[in-house]
Design a protein around this ligand. Structure first.
Ligand SMILES: C[S@@+](CC[C@H](N)C(=O)[O-])C[C@H]1O[C@@H](n2cnc3c(N)ncnc32)[C@H](O)[C@@H]1O
Length: 319
């Protein structure tokens, strides 16, 4: 039945809808004609209101008409509901990742996202100035969660004429890097539109190798030339501490660059050895407090393993 939106029995609904009457108190329509009202097409209620309105309509119609009735709920109503559901969620930015469920797969820990990465991402969401319009180097990037968060924040804040800075995501493992590239470029991730994201293979052990160290220094300090260096959960094996810190030293010595590492403290001794070695190499280390953090944009403790073991460290060269 083709009904005009101005038909008298529809008018009370239009009036209630336009006045944003509580959804559980309104007289309910049985067709989709309200969707064609030109006034409401031009001046629709908020997505949140539309969502609760159509949710109520659908629930009502589905419970009050059974299959024997010659009544079919308009697919337009379902389509509208799905659309507003999508719109009302769009204040959240989602990130899709191809990743492993295993702690170690193919001999690497890099194919999944670790708790410290969520922690550092939260820190950047709370302190976006640290990364906006900054050239950034990530060490041990894994499959790109942090890269996607940083790229997305830079995309969201960019003015139309801004040239986006380079974001270098580095890792030793080629498989990890290729998954990282795929994740960054997934069309559903905002990072796919950031044209400054680069990936490179960097092995921290090169910093200890006389032959390889000069090329690593050139890559880090001249080609990448980061303003900020970041890393999450990259101190998990005592044998990596010295190579990692030596790489960091190559990248920041004689400069005013800083580094931020979020590290999960699994073992008190490894952690204090790490701090001791960093200071021994002439790096200035401070532990940052995140107690001022108020927002909870990222997955909370209910979803990922306990974040209370994560420490946030800031490094700079001792001048
Ligand atoms: C525990 S994962 C953390 C991955 C990611 N940052 C996160 O927080 O989800 C450690 C990462 O360090 C990388 N890695 C291990 N040894 C490395 C080395 N010698 N040079 C560079 N990266 C290394 C691994 O490939 C892996 O991606």
């Amino acid at each position: 039945m083709d009904r005009s939106p101005t038909e008298p029995d529809l008018f009370p609904i239009l009036r209630q809808y336009s006045c944003l009457s509580p959804a559980n108190k309104i007289y309910l329509p049985t067709d989709a004609s309200i969707l064609h009202n030109s006034l409401l097409l031009d001046y629709p209620p908020t997505a949140q209101y539309q969502r609760s309105f159509w949710k109520r309509i659908i629930a009502h119609l589905e419970t009050n008409y059974d299959e024997d009735d010659e009544f079919e709920l308009s697919s337009e109503i379902y389509d509208c509901y799905i659309e507003v559901l999508h719109e009302s969620q769009s204040s959240y930015l989602t990130t899709t990742l191809l990743e492993s469920r295993n702690v170690i797969e193919g001999g690497t820990t890099g194919l999944r996202t670790w708790t410290a990465a969520f922690y550092l991402a939260q820190y950047f969401l709370d302190n976006p100035d640290l990364i906006l319009q900054k050239r950034i180097l990530e060490l041990g990037s894994g499959i790109g969660f942090m890269g996607i968060v940083m790229a997305s924040l830079q995309m969201l804040s960019r003015a139309s004429d801004d040239i986006l800075p380079k974001l270098w995501l580095t890792d030793v493992d080629e498989t990890v890097l290729s998954v990282c590239r795929r994740n960054i470029r997934l069309p559903c991730n905002l990072s796919s539109s950031h044209d400054g994201v680069e990936t490179a293979r960097v092995d921290w052990f090169d910093a200890l190798d006389e032959l390889a160290a000069p090329a690593l220094k050139t890559l880090l300090c001249e080609q990448i030339d980061p303003e900020l260096i970041v890393g999450s959960d990259i101190v998990f094996d005592p044998s990596l501490v010295h190579p990692l810190l030596s790489t960091l030293k190559l990248a920041i010595e004689g400069s005013n660059r800083t580094a931020l590492f979020a590290l999960t403290m699994r073992n008190e001794t490894t952690f204090s050895d790490f701090l001791f070695s960093a200071r021994g190499l002439g790096l200035h280390v401070t532990e940052l407090s995140t107690t001022g953090t108020t927002s909870k944009h990222i997955l909370t403790n209910d979803v990922v393993e306990d974040m209370s073991a994560v420490r946030l460290l800031k490094f700079s060269a001792t001048l």
